[in-house]
Design a protein. Structure first.
Length: 138
């Protein structure tokens, strides 16, 4: 009986430790990516200035490109191209740092949840522990 409790406590400690390590490494990596990343687009045809801000001119943003997409594939093709560019943009530059941070938080929370909420269920079903109705298991 004593050995089972020690084993569960040991598993809980290890899962909490893994959760903390994932959190530290992941958020540290996200901070490093954010610091090093720049949001300069690749493949810009040129730049235009409006209201004191310089914007890149991308080939995908031209009216001819969008017109050809619509002619060959319809409105759905234009929407899918917009979605593809949005989704691929999540994995570049500073937005990559935010994605790494969010994924790190989800994974670390999963380990923390497993350590603190799933382990007590294992502990209560161990032999020699009290049942829900108060009877002792053998």
């Amino acid at each position: 009986m004593r050995q089972m409790n020690w084993k569960i406590l040991n598993q809980r400690t290890w899962l909490n430790l893994i959760s903390a390590i994932i959190l530290l490494v992941g958020l540290g990596s996200a901070a490093l990516i954010y610091q090093r990343a720049d949001n300069t687009p690749y493949g810009a045809l040129g730049y235009e200035s409006a209201d004191g801000t310089i914007y890149p001119i991308m080939p995908e943003d031209s009216k001819m490109y969008r017109h050809n997409l619509e002619v060959y594939g319809g409105k759905l093709n234009v929407m899918m191209d917009d979605f593809r560019r949005w989704f691929s943009g999540l994995w570049q530059g500073k937005s990559l740092a935010f994605m790494v941070a969010c994924i790190t938080l989800v994974i670390a929370f999963g380990f923390f949840y497993a350590a603190n909420y799933l382990m007590p269920r294992l502990e209560s079903t161990a032999a020699g522990e009290n049942n829900r109705d108060g009877n002792k298991r053998e």
